[in-house]
Design a protein around this ligand. Structure first.
Ligand code: SF4
Ligand code: SF4
Length: 373
C-alpha cells in the first residue's frame, strides 16, 4: 500500500425518510453523544469502572495462574462501519443511533480490501451501528465476496424493512452473506423494552422474508446461515445457550413459522448506554460483582480478541469492539492504523485489558460467536 491513509472524516448523511428515534415513546431516545452526557466520554466510562470494587482483570488472570491475554493470529477482520443506526437501543455499547453521523469512508474500506488481498484473513465481520446504512456497504460486500472471503453482516433486522433498504435481503442472499441478527427475546414486550417500540413486529417480518430467501433453512437444502443473538434485558448473565436455543426454536416456529440456524447468547458489557443504565438503576457495583464472581478460567482461551482485529469507522485498530468504544487502542508495540496493518505483528500482540473484560469471561463466557464454553 503506497497511498497514505486519509485523515479521519465525518461523513455527513441525512437520516433516511421514515427513521425516528422514538417509535411510540413520548420522549425520543437520544445517544449519549447527542445528549452530551458525561458517559459519552470513554475516559469517563473507564474512570467509573476503575472506581468499582472489581479487581484488575490482569491481576485475576495472574492469581489464577493464567498468562496475560495474547493474540493467536488474525482470523477475523471486524469492521465497525459506523455509529449511524436506525434504532437507539437502551443497552447499546456503541452509543449508536439516528443522531450519529460517523461512518467509515470508502478510502478506509479500500484499505481493508488491500489487507484482505495480501493476507489470509478468512472472515470479514461487518458491524456498526447498522452497517447497512454505510453508503459503501453494498460495494464493499461485493468486493469482499469476490475475494472469496466469508462475510458476516451483524444486522438489527428492522433495517431490512426500512425505507430505502427493502431490497437488502435479496442482495445479501445473492452474495451469500451470513446474517447474525439481534433478537433479545421471543416476546414482544421484552424486545421492545430494550430496542424500541415496534421493533419486535418489524423483526419478525424481516425474519420471515429472510426465511423465504433460504436464510435459516437447512444447509443441505441450500440454506444460508441465520444466527439469532440473545442478550439479557437487565443486569444478569445469559441463561444456557443450548437451552435457550431450544426455547427460541419452539416459540418462533409455533407462533410465526420462523426457522434459524443457531442462537448466540451474548453478555452485556458495562460500557456506554448499558453502563449508563446500570448507574441510573444503582446496579453497577452489583453487576460488576456478578461478573467478577462468575469469572470462569475456561473461557479465557476463547475470548474473541485473540483472533480478531477490530477497526473503527475512522480506521484505527483495536483488540475488540468493546475496547474500541472505550478508546483503548491496540498495544503501542504494534500497528494502530489500517494503513499500518501488519498481520504478523498483530497476530501475536499483547491484548489491552480492563475491568470490562470480566464481561467476556463470566459464566459460559461471551463473544461475537456466542458462549465460549
Ligand atoms: S444495539 Fe445495535 S441496533 Fe441497537 S442502537 Fe446499537 S447498533 Fe443499533
Ligand atoms: S473485552 Fe475485548 S479485550 Fe477484553 S476479553 Fe473481551 S474481547 Fe478481549
Amino acid at each position: 500500500m503506497t497511498n497514505p491513509l486519509p485523515p479521519p472524516n465525518l461523513v455527513r448523511l441525512e437520516s433516511p425518510a421514515g427513521f425516528t428515534t422514538s417509535g411510540r415513546h413520548p420522549s425520543p431516545r437520544l445517544s449519549l453523544a447527542r445528549r452530551a452526557a458525561p458517559l459519552a466520554s470513554p475516559q469517563e466510562q473507564i474512570h467509573l469502572l476503575n472506581h468499582t470494587a472489581a479487581p484488575e482483570f490482569a491481576e485475576v488472570l495472574k492469581a489464577r495462574g493464567l498468562p496475560p491475554l495474547k493474540a493467536s493470529g488474525v482470523a477475523v477482520l471486524q469492521l465497525n462501519l459506523g455509529k449511524l443506526c436506525n434504532q437507539t437501543c437502551s443497552h447499546c455499547h456503541v452509543d449508536a443511533g439516528p443522531d450519529r453521523r460517523e461512518v467509515m469512508s470508502r478510502a478506509h474500506l479500500e484499505y481493508a480490501l488491500e489487507i484482505l488481498k495480501r493476507t489470509e484473513i478468512g472472515t470479514v465481520d461487518l458491524t456498526g451501528g447498522a452497517p447497512e446504512m454505510n453508503p459503501h456497504f453494498r460495494w464493499f460486500v461485493a468486493e469482499a465476496r469476490s475475494l472469496g472471503r466469508r462475510v458476516i453482516n451483524r444486522c438489527n433486522l428492522t433495517i431490512l424493512n426500512a425505507p430505502g433498504f427493502t431490497d437488502l435481503p435479496e442482495f445479501l442472499a445473492a452474495h451469500q452473506v451470513e446474517i447474525v441478527a439481534s433478537l433479545p427475546c421471543y416476546l414482544e414486550e421484552n424486545t421492545d423494552r430494550q430496542r424500541g417500540d415496534g421493533v419486535f413486529v418489524r423483526s419478525i417480518a424481516a425474519l420471515k422474508r429472510l426465511n423465504a430467501l433460504g436464510y435459516g433453512q437447512p444447509a443441505e437444502r441450500g440454506g444460508l446461515p441465520l444466527t439469532l443473538v440473545y442478550n439479557p434485558i437487565g443486569p444478569t448473565l445469559p441463561p444456557s445457550q443450548n437451552a435457550l436455543e431450544t426455547d427460541y426454536r419452539r416459540q418462533l416456529s409455533e407462533r410465526f413459522g420462523i426457522v434459524f440456524t443457531r442462537l448466540f447468547t451474548i453478555t452485556n458489557l458495562p460500557i456506554s448506554r448499558f453502563l449508563e443504565e446500570l448507574v441510573r438503576e444503582d446496579q453497577l457495583d452489583t453487576y460488576m460483582s456478578l461478573l467478577v464472581n462468575s469469572f470462569n478460567p475456561a473461557t479465557v482461551e476463547g475470548v474473541m480478541c485473540r483472533e480478531t482485529v477490530s477497526v473503527s469507522w475512522d480506521g484505527r485498530l483495536f483488540d475488540c469492539d468493546f475496547n474500541q468504544m472505550l478508546d483503548l487502542e491496540t498495544d503501542s508495540a504494534v500497528p494502530r492504523r489500517l494503513d499500518e496493518f501488519d498481520a504478523e505483528a498483530l497476530g501475536s500482540r499483547r491484548i489491552v485489558t480492563g475491568k470490562h473484560c470480566f464481561g467476556c469471561t463470566a459464566g459460559a463466557g461471551s463473544s461475537c460467536q456466542g458462549a465460549l464454553v
